[in-house]
Design a binder for this molecule. Structure first.
Ligand code: GDP
Length: 454
């Protein structure tokens, strides 16, 4: 973290996750050619917008760090897409919708010399619904003669238009003064997690070997004392070096402190599981191969899925496995854990230490999937190909169409599809399967949301 200001505000939350308040986010929304890039450059004080996001997203949402009179912020540019077969309205509106959700303040840019187009109207409808501050930016007002054209945009119902010339700088300072009047100091929507070690929850029903695994890992490897300056040691977590890298095992106190409850043990176990998941990024669910896979095992796995965390399955007590049991085990896995066949599997023995080293690549793969972002262009190419090969079945003579899609978030990868009708559950599962076939997503849940357009 290169940012001392933010570090000062670093916060150890109730769950012991240190988050940095993220910079406030300004989104720039508008159809192509209204001058969004010029405005971005003007606001950033650069000649040419430098892409600082991960490569491959230049045609997607691009975010920049900016500074204006000592106030720092993140600027998200939603521009760069061009009309495609699905139509410009759908893609601009869809992108705008996602951007609005992810920002604190919206700058909606309209070309004053053209006036509001039908595409603009699409976005206006979305903007009227949001409670976030929206600034209507009337661009290309290069001199006072165009001011009346800007004023005409009052009729969009978005309040006062701000006449600017992104190219020449005219009016931009006045606009930004107003923007910073309402922009919060830290984002209300974005949150940055403190770098630090990645956080792992060890889960499983009683006696599957959680504390044995922890002990083995902690004994064979170095338990790292958390002595980072300015951080308080969280006694309920342990930092353990595995595979040359430090991991933070969360809520290990909950594992070591064995609470034997007669009644409601299940209930408390599930609460503990949920609490650990809150803090974790990835869960290792232990299964005892000497026992049949139980409902409780499945319930714990389902809690991981609900939490949206990455998942690794560790089949423990492998030393107890004989050929007979092994055959049953594989059948049980096929039957009961089919829905998480995408999770990396490691066969370990916490007792003998067998294959414990295989946990690390499994964790790394799962976290990498969890962090994956597919650029919008690629994702839409994927959707087009998928729909061409396998169109959605007709329903009552109608066929819901997918207009546009975008990945709205990572951790876990979350996709939004804009459609003309409700997609069948089967078809949504098919999309998920195809996503996994093409992109892997080993060890990560995938969330697929839909927005149905009338
Ligand atoms: P926890 O409740 O999940 O923390 O389970 P524990 O770590 O306390 O283990 C429960 C029991 O299983 C203990 O008697 C352990 O010695 C035993 N155990 C744990 N892992 C293994 C393993 O890999 N092989 C065998 N044979 N026993 C194990």
């Amino acid at each position: 973290v290169d940012d001392l200001d933010l570090l000062e505000h670093a916060d150890e939350g109730e769950e012991g996750i240190r988050t940095l308040p993220a910079l406030p986010v300004i989104a720039i929304v508008g159809r192509p050619n209204v001058g969004k890039s010029a405005l971005v450059n003007r606001i950033l004080g650069r000649r040419e917008a430098v892409v600082e996001d991960t490569p491959g997203v230049t045609r997607d949402r691009v975010s920049y760090k900016g500074e204006w009179l000592d106030r720092r912020f993140t600027l998200v540019d939603t521009g760069g897409w061009e009309p495609d077969a699905r139509g410009i309205d759908a893609s601009v509106a869809a992108q705008a919708e996602v951007a609005i959700e992810l920002c604190d303040v919206v700058l909606f840019v309209v070309d004053a010399t053209v006036g509001a187009t039908a595409t603009d109207e699409h976005v206006v409808r979305l903007l009227r619904k949001t409670r976030k501050p929206v600034f209507l930016v009337a661009n290309k007002v290069d001199d006072a003669r165009q001011e009346p054209e800007a004023a005409a945009l009052w009729n969009l119902g978005l309040g006062e238009p701000y006449p600017v010339s992104a190219l020449h700088g005219r009016g931009v300072a006045d606009l930004l003064d107003e923007v910073f009047r309402v922009l919060p100091l830290v984002s209300a929507v974005a949150k940055e997690e403190f770098g630090g070690p990645r956080r792992v929850a060890i889960l499983g029903r009683p006696n599957v070997g959680k504390s044995s695994l922890l002990n083995k890992a902690a004994r064979e490897e170095r338990v790292v004392v958390n002595d980072l300056a300015g951080t308080t040691r969280d006694p309920v977590d342990e930092q353990i070096e595995l595979g040359g890298r430090v991991w933070r095992f969360v809520d290990t106190a909950g594992i070591r402190r064995r609470v034997h409850l007669q009644q409601g043990a299940d209930f408390y176990a599930s609460l503990r599981t949920q609490a650990a998941l809150e803090k974790a990024e990835v869960a290792v669910v232990l299964l005892d191969v000497s026992q049949p896979i139980s409902e409780q095992d499945v319930r714990i796995i389902d809690l991981v899925l609900e939490s949206g965390r990455a998942l690794v399955l560790a089949y423990n007590k492998w030393d107890l496995l004989d050929d007979d049991r092994r055959r049953y085990l594989e059948r049980e896995i096929e039957q009961d854990l089919h829905h998480v066949a995408w999770a990396p599997r490691v066969n370990i023995s916490a007792k003998t230490g067998r294959h414990l080293e295989k946990l690390v690549p499994a964790l790394e793969a799962a976290l990498e999937s969890w962090d994956t972002r597919i650029p919008t262009g690629k994702f839409n190419a994927f959707l087009t190909e998928l729909v061409q090969a396998h169109p959605h079945p007709l329903r009552g003579g109608k066929q819901p169409r997918i207009l546009f899609g975008t990945q709205a978030a990572t951790r876990p990868p979350t996709f939004v599809l804009f459609t003309t009708g409700f997609l069948d559950a089967g078809y949504r599962r098919f999309i998920q399967r195809r996503l996994r076939e093409i992109y892997g997503f080993v060890g990560s849940p995938i969330v697929l949301n839909m927005r149905v357009r009338e």
